[in-house]
Structure formats: C-alpha cells, structure tokens
Design a protein around this ligand. Structure first.
Ligand code: ADP
Ligand code: PEP
Ligand code: CA
Ligand code: MN
Length: 694
C-alpha cells in the first residue's frame, strides 16, 4: 500500500528508502549551533548527485492535464512516446525501428523512462556494426534543455566552446552556408502538378525511390550512433495554423539551434504532442552516396511532401533545417489561403505593422530589430485573413562586423541566460484601448531559460571574447537566439495586417535610390523580380558581388510558382491599404569598390520615416529609367544621397551602370511576362509596365 502511494507521488515507479544520513555528534559539538541547513537526504554519492538535478518537465510531465495521453499512466505515456520516436527512426527495409531508450550513453542522468532505461543502462557502448543494429540500443536525448545541450556539446563535440557572454560557439563543418544546388524535392502524381518545376525553380526533382535510398542511409547512420537528439516543436504562432515538427539530429548544436529557432512547447503542449506533422532526419555528418541517381555531390537535402519528411546528408549547416521547414510552410500555408513570406516583421506601439522583404544579407534581421518597436520576427512569416504571424521562435542574425554600438539588441542577445518578455516599460506606452482594439495579448510568461548559438565565429582563446570582424572561418558567421532575447519582442509573435511593405535590396551597383515609394504595380514588379547584389554570400561558394534575382525575395524556398504568392500579396495589400517601399541598403555614390555602403543610421532614419507615415506626406520626384518616386528630403538623411545621380561623381558611369542594371531587370522578368497575376488582368498589365523603361 505504502509502495503504491509513493509510486503515484513521484510518478516514476522508482522507490527508494530516503532515510537521512545520521550526523555524528561529538561531545564538543553538542550545544554548538549547526550552521548547515540540515542533513543530506542521500545514502550514496550517486544518490546525492542524483538529488542535485531535480526532475522536471519534459521528463516528468505534469499530472492530470487533458489531452492525447490524458488517461494513461506515466509509464504508458512514456512508452508510447518512445514508440513514436522509434517509429520515426524506422528502417524501411528492415521494417522496424531501433530500440530506443532515453538518456545519455555516456552515463548522464536523463533516463526518466524507468524500467527500460534501468535494465540496459550498464551496457557498454559497443563497437558499432550496422548489421548488429537490431541488437543495440539508440539513446534518445529528447527535448533537452539548453543547459543539458550545452553540456553535451562541450563534452562530446569538438569545436564547441563557451564565449565570454556564455553563448555556445561552434563550427558547422565544411559547409558554412546553404547548398541550394543540392536540394531535391520528390516528384509524384500530386507534386508534379502542384509545385513549381523547371527554369528558375529551386525544386530539383528526385523520385520517391531515390528519396527512400537517402532516407535509409540517414536512418541507418542515425541508428548506428550511440545517441540521437530529438526535438518536438512547433512552427507558426498563429494558433489556428500551428504545425508540429520533429527534428532528429546527431549533434547537440543542431538540437540547440532548433530549440532556439522553432517555437518551444510548454510542458503541457509537449505531453499532448502526439504525431508530428513533419519530420527532419538530419544526418549531416554523413555524406550521401554519389552513385545514387540524382546526386551531384556528397550533399543532399531532400524533401518528400507526401511522406512529410526531410532528409539531410552531407552538410551540417544548421540553416538547412530552418530553411527546409520554411519551404514546407511555403507549400502548406498557401493551401490554406495563407501567404508565407520571406520577411522580417515588427510593429509600432499604435499597432502599425511593417514587413521587411529581402534576400539574405539585405537587412531583414537588422532592421526589424528596432528598439522603438515590437519585434514579431526576423525572417519567416505568414499573412492570413486574421493576422501576420511569425513562423519561428528565434532569430538568425548575421554577425560579421557586429558592433554593440550599431546593433545593441542583437549584440545583447548573444548570451546564455534568461529571456526577457515584453518589458513593462514598453507596456506603459500602450494604451489599453490599443490593446483591446488590436486584441493584443501580452502573456505574463516567466522568462524562459535559453541561450544563443554562435556559428563559425573566431574568439580569443583566453578571454573568449568574440572577434566579429574575423572572417577566418567564413564571412557568413551567425548567431541563433530565441526571440525572447530581444527585450521588446512581442510574445506571442503575431500582429495585425501590414501597413507598410518594405522591399530591401542591397544594390552593389549603387544606382537604386536609398528609398522610393512604390505603386502597387511597382511593388509587385519588384517583389517578383526579387533583386539584390550582394558582396558576400550565405549561399555556399558565392563570394563576389553579383546581381541576384530571386522571385518573391526567396525563390530558394518557394514551392509554388512565384505568381501564386505575388497574387496573394497584391490582394492583401489592396485589401488592407498597405504601401510599398523600395529601400536600398547597399551602395551609394558609386558601385561596390568606388562608392560606400549606405550607413546603417541613415537607413534607420529612412525606415523611421516610413513607420511614422511622415515619408508618405513628403514631396516626390520620379527617376528616369526605373520610374521610382524619390522623396525630396528626410530628416536626418543628407539630401545628396537621396538622388543617386547626385551622389555619383562620374555622371557618365552612373548612367551606364543604371542602364546595365535596367537591362538585367528586363532579362530576368522575361520569364514572367506570360503569366497572369491573379484574376486582375489590369493589374497584370500594369505590373508588366512597371519595370524600367529605356
Ligand atoms: N544600411 C544598412 N542597412 C542594413 N544593414 C546594413 C546596412 N549597412 C550594413 N549593414 C549590415 O548588413 C547586414 C544585414 O544582414 P541581416 O540583417 O542579417 O540580413 P538578412 O536578415 O536580410 O539576411 C548586417 O550585418 C548589417 O549590419
Ligand atoms: C538563414 C538564412 O537566411 P538569411 O540570410 O535570410 O537570414 C539563409 O539564407 O541561409
Ligand atoms: Ca532569410
Ligand atoms: Mn536574417
């Protein structure tokens, strides 16, 4: 009887007599007050150490909450959870999943699944032989906390270090950027008709069978390891359109990265998680077999929409997982008439929402992180009939040349510690009517315990201070931090319909004006064009400044034809009266090499003028060739830089460069001239006429 009660009380079925150690009192000690707070409730050192780590969720989920597992005993619930993970890792040829147990094979203390874990805990890690896979156990490190993941990384992953601010610095291996040429999408009867294939499309086809070959390769590799990390998390803050994802990976770094980047479930949500909507198998440390059909390198990133799975082989760059899930959302959301956007998003205290579109490195993260506004998200959003919502739970900032002075919020986010939810100071500025009218809910959540991951940065061996100017490993150094690390993040991350749509282009040619106001047709023209000219790339291998056109400012992630997204954007902008802007965050006064990059403080002034509506009231002049409306003045921005031709010393060179760029725009748009944008024939014609005229 007593035993039963104790089992129910600690929820594990493990019973241990907890008689405290008797303290020995000598004659001398009698009468002397004991300064210790009591005696230790442990009989052995192991037990003492086991007391140090308090059992908590998710290992000990809360009792009594309703949901998928509501009527199950704790043992049964955990058994089903392990079964689900085993099924995720199942070999399709052998027809079975591995024997999974919870816990760290290195002797760590995570094995909450009592009976299974206890029996096999002492098994020595065998020399791995795949043919013995049915005999061995795969340890599952399930939704570990940042602290646990830190320990795993520091203990077992070479190249993992603590920086002076407590961030985890790590290396992503040979790949320090995405590998879009190695992306494959399974073509089947459904996707053949639904998806965007062919010229300009990022979706390079692969057949179902080849996917299975790569999946098996990844699963076999994962099964051959002593341990794998499993994250069960969410995408999309819009509760009606939340997607459940499971990420299986082999590195603590990957698990921590996704912990930061996806939405973190509460213990209750995790308990009721059930079957994921999509699963990633990240076996990035292991290459694909180049003799496999469709493979052109040893890297392969494969999406199978029918199986709801993604396989990663031959790259450890964590951005592949983040952007792979983004591709998934670009498929799932439009099916629900929701527009998925490669954009940053923030909101003013009056509820004015701005979207920041732009290719990698154009300023989405930098400019959406604004101390005077609420951050909704830095990179991936959905625009539904109800709201604009962030897909992710974290930000992924470029950190080359990061400075505390210029970007204090990002700088301060690169740490280990607790996140700040919306500061009360900021709340004071919000009137209650605003809160009620906008239906904003600011949850008084306890600050979560989280930590940033720094990829491929260089730091001082002794002080552990990061040198953000050092490009020794790569130019594409990155920080991934949970959104709560930005003090004025808006949690939950959604807001009302967008008022301003800002298209960012980093124009290395230096001929686009720092800011221009766009008509709806021009907005669509530039959205479909998706221009930028970067100097250094996120995309693996590209280091030179080149013009890039990427439809919808994110062709690499589109699943459907660009005009599908464009038509939805046009409709939403019309419906909600949003204004489009083109902002050049790149060069002025000359091309890359002779001119200079526009100073961030000037760009911020421009963006402020857009937010405050003051720019809307300015007087404008139209430019030649591109027909862009340029404001005559903006407070705090030198007048000379607003008109590019004034900023260039060599007017002849300016004109030639302008025409060169116009030609590139025209060539690029040729593929789109035969498409209709939605039902509106008039708009389609206007869009075609909204490009450069020369
Ligand atoms: N005028 C400017 N506007 C925006 N970003 C600038 C500007 N000048 C320099 N930068 C730098 O360019 C980079 C923009 O990168 P980021 O904001 O991460 O882009 P994205 O999120 O679009 O990939 C940052 O490193 C930022 O400091
Ligand atoms: C993660 C990426 O996004 P961005 O550079 O747009 O922040 C990427 O392109 O790899
Ligand atoms: Ca991006
Ligand atoms: Mn970004």
């Amino acid at each position: 009887m007593f035993q039963k009660e104790e089992m129910a009380a600690n929820g594990t079925g493990v019973t241990s007599p907890r008689t405290p150690l008797k303290s020995i009192l000598t004659e001398k000690a009698k009468g002397i007050p004991n300064d210790s707070a009591g005696t230790v409730k442990a009989q052995t050192i192991e037990e003492l150490h086991s007391l140090q780590r308090k059992r908590s969720a998710p290992n000990t989920p809360l009792q009594g909450t309703a949901g998928a597992f509501a009527n199950l005993s704790e043992d049964e619930r955990q058994r089903q959870q392990l079964q689900s993970i085993s099924a995720s890792l199942a070999s399709l040829t052998r027809g079975t999943g591995p024997k999974v147990i919870r816990g760290d094979p290195g002797g760590g203390k995570y094995q909450a699944v009592s009976h299974v874990a206890h029996h096999h805990h002492h098994i020595e890690a065998p020399v791995i032989s795949v043919s013995d896979s049915s005999l061995k156990f795969t340890h599952v490190l399930y939704n570990l906390s940042p602290g646990e993941l830190y320990e795993q990384a520091l203990k077992y992953e070479k190249g993992s270090f603590l920086t002076s601010t407590g961030a985890l610095a790590t290396l992503s291996g040979a790949k320090t950027g995405r590998s879009p040429r190695d992306k494959r999408v399974v073509i089947d009867d459904t996707t053949q008709d639904e998806l965007w294939w062919g010229k300009g499309s990022p979706n390079i086809e692969m057949d179902e069978h080849t996917f299975m070959v790569n999946r098996e390769r990844a699963v076999d590799y994962l099964n051959s390891l002593d341990k794998v990390f499993v994250n069960d998390q969410f995408l999309n803050w819009d509760p009606k359109n939340r997607i459940k994802v499971r990420i299986v990976s082999c590195r603590a770094y990957h698990s921590l990265f996704m912990h930061n980047m996806c939405i973190r479930p509460t213990p209750e949500e995790l308990e009721n998680f059930g079957t994921p909507d999509f699963t990633i198998y990240n076996a990035g440390q292991f290459p694909c077999n180049r003799y496999t059909h469709y493979m052109t390198s040893s890297t392969s990133i494969d999406i199978n929409l029918n199986r709801k799975e993604m396989v990663i082989l031959g790259t450890q760059y964590a951005g592949e997982m983040k952007k792979g899930l983004f591709s998934l959302m670009h498929y799932l959301m439009p099916k629900r008439h929701i527009l998925s956007l490669h954009s940053g998003c923030n909101m003013g205290k009056d509820g004015d929402v701005a979207l920041f579109f732009g290719l990698s490195g154009t300023g989405k993260t930098t400019l959406s992180t604004d101390h005077n506004r609420f951050l909704i998200g830095d990179d991936e959003h959905c625009w539904s009939d109800d709201c604009v919502s962030n897909i992710e739970g974290g930000c992924y900032a470029k950190c080359i040349d990061l400075s505390k002075e210029k970007e204090p919020d990002i700088w301060n986010a690169i740490k280990f510690g607790t996140g700040e939810t919306l500061s009360s100071l900021f709340l004071d500025h919000l009137t209650w009517t605003t809160i009620i009218v906008l239906g904003l809910i600011f949850l008084p959540l306890p600050p979560p315990f989280v930590s940033a991951v720094l990829e491929n940065v260089v730091f001082d061996e002794h002080t552990r201070e990061v040198d953000y100017t050092d490009k020794s490993v790569t130019e594409n150094t990155r920080a991934a931090y949970p959104i709560e690390f930005i003090p004025n993040a808006k949690i939950p991350c959604f807001g009302p319909h967008a008022k301003n749509v800002i298209l960012l282009a980093c124009d290395a040619f230096g001929v686009l004006p720092p800011v221009s106001k766009l008509s709806l047709a021009q907005t669509m023209y530039h959205f479909i064009s998706g221009y930028t000219a970067l100097v250094a790339g996120t995309v693996d291998g590209i280091k030179e400044p080149t013009a890039t056109f990427s439809a919808c400012f994110g062709a690499a992630f589109l699943m459907l034809h660009p005009t599908t997204y464009a038509a939805m954007l046009a409709e939403k902008m019309q419906k909600h009266g949003a204004t489009g802007w083109l902002v050049n965050t790149g060069w002025c006064g000359g091309s890359y090499g002779s001119g200079n990059r526009i100073k961030l403080p000037y760009t911020r002034k421009i963006i402020n003028a857009i937010h405050s509506s003051s720019l809307l009231k300015a007087t404008y002049e139209k430019t030649e060739v591109f027909g862009l409306e340029i404001p005559n003045e903006i407070e705090g921005v030198p007048k000379e830089i607003l008109r590019p031709e004034n900023a260039w010393a060599d007017k002849e060179a300016y004109k030639n460069t302008l025409l060169k760029l116009a030609g590139l725009f025209k060539n690029n748009f040729e593929t789109f001239t035969e498409y209709k944008i939605g039902e509106d024939k008039k708009l389609t014609e206007e869009i075609l006429a909204a490009g450069p005229i020369f």
